[in-house]
Design a protein around this ligand. Structure first.
Ligand code: GLC
Length: 717
């Protein structure tokens, strides 16, 4: 049913509702397994619009009540049979990157640069969640972030607005399908609007300083994409912008999100975020003041802090909140529920799904998301009869690599990296990663290679888990140093959810794989890549800093007044970034090696220049490049196209990703990568949200990462 028809039906329902029901509809309460009768009573008395299937504010870090489909159905029956207008509840849960079968964390998935595979994964996540009665998820998290000290960087798409936009669309479509009214569809929630990833110092819940120019060109693109993909809901962030908490920020929630971006779904606050304006931000005098500020700013539903249910009646009586404001919020919520078909099928059907198919896809996604950073003397892939020494704190892990925000994992599907490696090669020697390392490591002196499964647990990333030193922990470095002394190839498998500082520790390893937190099948993916049953095709969706002191360091930086190189070269002493450190990262955005080599040639455009008018009418620059596999093994090249606007009325990034593709190439094979670049790719937003494309010249770079030298020039006349 079209949006306007849904809205019309919603208006008819709204007209039958009294104030008490309206105040209930803008209220979300939380669920715990052991108080079903209390919740039923709440449904009968306050008529909440939604129930969140979580029982604590740290759903990503603490065990939550398991989802019991029959209990959800019981609560839904209470709502539709025992309330005045029988308005169905919408049940939400943080299904962020999997349900029973868990896919890699979003930041790890981003490294695949494979949107089709990401959408397929979320299609399966949807199947599993809706089977359990979950019809609303608080994902995608699309907070762009340039600071690996912030633990929640793991939930998002990384540092690039274009990649973030593509992921936003892939995830929204995976959950909502192409028809939100489909009984099998789940409403998505683009979060956290907006700029939460800019938390100062990488400290969670901290202040964010975001200019309108940065907002429009860096933090909003992924939300524009999510809205264009039809995201039914948006969640506001905890952060403040321009001195106003998002929860009370009418400019951002109404003027920008609803009016400028045209979002016509509903906005829910984050957990307790409205009350926190009173409790922490010093922005609201009390919960009543907080409720007034929030609903007048454009927060349509209050997540669990009861500010709305306790205060809206009085606020309406005193006239500081208008009936029309409340009606607008209720209308948005009802319209989404009608779009979802909740009135027709409040108890969604239960279609069994194919777990083995989901597990196979989870392994494929994890394999595609592993990035080969280094491979001296081609020590990788390992031979299946090589004698392999094994150690590391995550060698026998069966929980941490699933990643944070995995509330419903079925751990029966999870094996350890050790078990996965044994499936490939039994000729192994295992040593513990603790105790007398110098002594232990001697047991590996006759091995052909040493593999260290290193990383971080999910209890040091995710929400409220910021680190001042996002790097390889000291005890893990000691293990690598001892292994290095043996003079054998040392392979580091870095199972870090977040980007980390590599720096001079790079030299401890002959080969390095960045494996992220790969989900239920992380181990199988590591085994497949280590022994060459899968080729590494991941590319970094973030920068790996050389030192913490460089942070924030990101590829799409603007040139400075005299520091003109960003992190692309540090040669010119006059423009050196630092006296005491290189200005270049350990590994740049878009970087990733393969077990083979690729050569790029013949970069060209079908037109040197196009007129502004032609461009506005949709004419495109057709850019092509030929890529050849010059090695001995099959490989997947990921040609990336970056744009630089050479002269513009605002400072523009030195490089901005605008297109990429993935080319599977057999040894010796060549293929042409073709890109179409046009109006949408060559402009930028002014502070007020106006998009402009200016005449002038542009560099186009195409290569295997953001430092590609291969360049041509195009111009708009
Ligand atoms: C948390 C998170 C948010 C999550 C919500 C519900 O505090 O900030 O991302 O969706 O609460 O669990």
């Amino acid at each position: 049913m079209e949006y306007c028809e849904c809205k019309k039906k919603a208006e008819e329902i709204l007209a039958k509702m009294d104030r008490k029901e309206k105040i209930g509809q803008v209220t979300q309460i939380f669920y715990t397994e052991d108080n079903l009768e209390e919740i039923k009573e709440a449904i009968r008395t306050i008529h909440p619009g939604s129930i969140i299937l979580c029982n604590s504010m740290f759903a990503g870090n603490e065990a939550q009540a398991t989802v019991k489909r029959d209990k959800i159905d019981e609560l839904q029956k209470t709502a539709i049979n025992e309330t005045k207008n029988g308005i169905p509840l919408i049940f939400g849960r943080d299904v962020i990157h999997g349900h029973k079968v868990v896919f890699p964390i979003p930041l790890t998935m981003a490294a695949s640069f494979d949107m089709e595979c990401i959408r397929d994964c979320y299609d399966m996540v949807r199947e599993e969640a809706v089977y359990d009665g979950i019809k609303w998820t608080f994902a995608p998290m699309i907070d762009l972030c340039r600071d690996p000290r912030w633990g929640r960087i793991i939930e998002g798409p990384g540092e690039d607005p274009y990649l973030g936009s593509l992921m936003a669309k892939a995830i929204v479509k995976g959950f909502q399908t192409d028809d939100l009214s489909d009984e099998e569809a789940i409403a998505a929630c683009a979060k956290h609007f907006v700029g939460y990833g800019a938390s100062e110092g990488g400290r969670d819940y901290n202040h964010t300083e975001i200019s309108d120019y940065l907002l429009q060109n860096t933090f909003l693109p992924a939300f524009r994409s999510a809205i264009k993909a039809g995201a039914a809901t948006v969640m506001s962030g905890f952060n403040d912008v321009n001195g106003i908490p998002i929860s009370a920020n009418k400019y951002l929630l109404t003027d920008v999100l609803k009016n400028q971006l045209g979002f016509n779904g509903f906005v829910i606050s984050d957990w307790d975020a409205i009350r926190q304006m009173m409790a922490f931000s010093g922005f609201a005098a009390d919960k009543k003041d907080a409720a007034r500020l929030a609903i007048n700013a454009g927060i349509d539903m209050d997540m669990v802090d009861n500010c709305y249910i306790e205060n809206l009646d009085a606020l309406l009586d005193e006239g500081t909140v208008s009936e029309q404001q409340l009606d607008e919020a209720v209308l948005r919520i009802l319209t989404v529920k009608i779009q979802m078909g909740l009135f027709e099928h409040p108890i969604c059907k239960r279609n069994p799904y194919n777990v083995q198919k989901h597990l196979a896809k989870a392994q494929q996604m994890a394999e595609k998301s592993i990035v080969l950073l280094k491979n001296e003397n081609n020590v990788l892939p390992l031979g299946k009869s090589d004698s392999i020494g094994l150690s590391g704190p995550f060698l026998e892990d069966k929980t941490e690599l699933v990643g944070s925000w995995a509330l419903d994992t079925d751990y029966n599907h999870v094996i350890s990296p050790l078990e996965a490696i044994k499936q490939k090669n039994e000729n192994i020697t295992i040593i513990t990663h603790t105790g007398n390392l110098a002594h232990n490591i001697m047991q590996l002196r006759d091995c052909d290679a040493i593999v260290l499964i290193l990383g971080e647990g999910r209890d040091v990333n995710g929400e409220a888990h910021s680190l001042s030193q996002p790097s390889i922990p000291e005890n893990q470095l000691l293990l690598a140093k001892e292994a290095k002394k043996l003079g054998k190839p040392v392979i580091g498998v870095l199972c870090f959810g977040r980007p980390i500082v590599i720096g001079e520790n790079d030299k401890l390893f002959d080969a390095l794989l960045f494996a992220g937190h790969g989900g239920s099948c992380a181990a199988q993916a590591i085994g497949a890549i280590l022994f060459g049953d899968a080729e590494p095709e991941g590319r970094l969706p973030f920068t790996l800093p050389y030192s913490v002191g460089q942070i924030p360091i990101y590829y799409n930086a603007q040139p400075g007044a005299r520091q003109i190189n960003g992190y692309y070269n540090d040669e010119n002493p006059a423009h050196r970034n630092y006296l005491d450190c290189t200005g270049e990262p350990s590994y740049p955005f878009g970087f990733g090696l393969s077990y083979t080599e690729f050569e790029y040639a013949d970069l060209k455009t079908d037109a040197e220049s196009l007129g502004s008018q032609e461009l506005n009418k949709g004419k495109l620059f057709k850019i092509s490049v030929t890529v050849q596999n010059t090695g001995e093994r099959r490989g997947v090249a990921v040609p990336q196209l970056y744009v630089r606007d050479i002269l513009a009325s605002r400072m523009r990034p030195l490089r901005a990703l605008r297109a990429f593709s993935k080319l599977e190439l057999m040894p010796g094979e060549s293929k042409k990568a073709e890109f179409s670049i046009g109006y949408e790719d060559l402009g930028f937003f002014l502070e007020n949200g106006t998009y402009i494309v200016e005449p002038g010249e542009f560099y186009i770079y195409v290569g295997e990462n953001c430092t590609a030298k291969n360049q041509i020039k195009i111009s708009i006349t």
